[in-house]
Design a binder for this molecule. Structure first.
Ligand code: FES
Length: 167
């Protein structure tokens, strides 16, 4: 008889451990999946958010457009309000993010009397041209982000702001 024989007690112990582990995994997997599911879900991409801005009312002067949407951060859902500076240029709608590319303050249109018709960031005196291009010699290192735009039933819809490298 071999010395490596498995005793009845060991066999029972291995079998119960194996079956118990398998059953525990079967019970735990759905719970783990349920717990992390929102984190794994992909964000619905390419969604355009409606605004109250009528496209026909847009001129070549940038106007501030606020819009609200539901943001889902894993389990937490909240209403978020964002802003865009929007104007028309040659029939084309331009929508710029107001977030300064230096340190993230909010830029305003035409508030610096010394430099009219520019976007101005009051935090460190950053300036941008009307098309969002950062003005050399001021702190912002990049142009303002742009929102993709759509028109539906005469109203402006905005997508997710995207960075750009050239203007
Ligand atoms: S945050 Fe706008 S210039 Fe610094």
């Amino acid at each position: 008889m071999s010395k490596n024989r498995v005793s009845r007690r060991q066999f029972l112990s291995y079998t119960l451990t194996g079956v118990g582990g398998f059953m525990a995994a079967g019970m735990l997997m759905p719970m783990v999946r349920f717990a992390v599911d929102p984190v794994l879900k992909k964000e619905a991409g390419g969604n355009f958010i409606p605004t109250k801005q009528k496209v026909a009312d847009l001129t070549d002067q940038p106007v501030r457009v606020d819009f609200t949407f539901k943001q889902k951060d894993a389990w937490y859902e909240s209403d978020v309000t964002n802003t865009a500076w929007v104007y028309k240029e040659g029939g084309k709608i331009v929508a710029l993010s107001p977030i300064c590319k230096h340190l993230g303050c909010t830029v305003n249109w035409n508030t610096d009397k010394a430099h009219p018709n520019q976007f101005f960031c009051p935090c460190h005196f950053g300036r941008y041209e009307k098309n969002g291009k950062n003005i050399p010699g001021t702190p912002p290192p990049q142009p303002l982000d742009t929102y993709p735009v759509q028109e539906k039933d005469g109203y402006l819809y905005l997508g997710k702001a995207q960075p750009r490298t050239e203007v």
